[in-house]
Design a protein around this ligand. Structure first.
Ligand code: KG4
Ligand code: ZN
Length: 339
């Protein structure tokens, strides 16, 4: 069946999501059921609770995605599902559902790497993506700087040696008593703050590595809060948030630009939840422009976890001949480029 219709399924963390994509680029439906409210009272995602909720929601969410797109299972050309990286119990729910549907409807199945999905969110904006390019994927679980010499090929230039950038946002926000996820909360607070007010360290910026480290920044931020507490001084929240956010943005942008120059690419792309940060987008835009490089990033709702990006990545993998069989399994620590 050459309908060009892909059902994408995503359950790697705390979003139960399904989407129908036409020809890998056009979103016919994009249903995201977030469990954020449920996990908020624990200050982060509780894996057991996440998988239980995925089990309850997965088929209603898929049903809703098909209905909104006004298609049936029989109309699909292929089913694509995230099989890693992520929480294994959560991944298994999506993988199990996708395998069952592929078997029942006799449709090809394609397992998708979640990080590749984040990159393909850029395909859903209507813009052309022309490799070679350098891509920065920044989310709650990942901070990966990649060279993409050709579509579907990835060379990892650098990654975080400790915390992911989103994780640093989330951990510091948690100490401030802000709800999960912390990134958008810190961004909101930072708007009224002075980003130069407090100087925080920039990890791994004086060597020639493309790796990242955010644990020193996190410790410095927590120490600052402790000291203020001991001195019984009020924390200037907006300045703190702005300075902390700026330390992350500054490092991410420096490394992305250095990679773009070293590998002489004309375009750079952002992906992942942290790429939803407006200050980050504006800063990278200015830095890219001043170097004559084009910048692409997905709209905010496609930066965070969704199944449209999985449908897009899966469709292009399918066109390239990739197929998964009924032995497809969840791989919690899947890396880009792993078969
Ligand atoms: O891509 P994503 O939805 O899930 C993962 O694959 O991890 O990313 C979620 C992460 C969280 O750490 C969240 O705090 C961060 O992205 N995030 C942000 C913003 N929106 C989401 N960080 C900074 N500023 C934001 N506006
Ligand atoms: Zn993600």
């Amino acid at each position: 069946m050459k309908s060009g219709l892909t059902l994408g399924i995503e359950t790697s963390c705390d979003e139960t999501a399904a989407a129908v994509i036409k020809d890998g680029r056009e979103i016919l439906s994009n249903v995201v059921l977030s469990q954020i409210d449920i996990h908020q009272k624990y200050g982060g995602v509780v894996p057991e609770i996440a998988s239980r909720h995925h089990i309850e929601s997965i088929f209603p969410v898929i049903h809703e995605a098909l209905q909104q797109a006004e298609v049936t299972l029989a109309d699909l050309e292929v089913i694509a599902v995230t099989y890693g990286p992520g929480l294994v119990g959560s991944l298994l729910v999506g993988v199990g559902a996708a395998k069952a549907l592929a078997f029942a409807a006799q449709k090809p199945l394609v397992g998708v790497n979640h990080i590749e999905g984040h990159i393909y969110a850029n395909f859903l904006t209507g813009k052309e993506i022309k490799p070679p390019l350098v891509c920065l994927t920044v989310s709650g679980g990942h901070t990966d700087l990649l060279l993409i010499p050709r579509l579907g090929e990835y060379e990892i230039l650098g990654r975080t040696r400790d915390d992911a950038a989103g994780e640093a946002f989330d951990k510091v926000a948690r100490v401030l008593g802000l709800p999960y996820p912390g990134g958008p909360q810190i961004e909101k607070l930072a708007r009224a703050g002075d980003m130069e007010a407090i100087h925080f360290p920039r990890g791994l910026t004086d060597g020639d590595t493309f790796d990242f480290s955010f644990s020193g920044l996190k410790t410095a931020a927590l120490n600052y809060l402790n000291e203020m507490g001991q001195k019984k001084q009020e924390v200037p929240l907006a300045d703190f948030a702005a300075s902390f956010q700026w330390a992350i943005i500054d490092v991410l942008t420096q490394k992305l630009m250095a990679a773009a120059e070293q590998y002489e690419v004309d375009s750079v792309i952002l992906s992942g939840g942290v790429a939803a940060n407006q200050t980050f987008r504006e800063h990278v835009q200015a830095e890219a422009e001043s170097r004559g490089k084009e910048l692409l990033y997905p709209p905010v709702h496609l930066c965070t976890d969704n199944a449209a990006m999985i449908g897009s990545a899966g469709y292009f993998r399918y066109l390239a001949g990739q197929r998964s069989d009924h032995a497809l399994n969840a791989v919690a620590n899947l890396r880009l480029g792993d078969a």
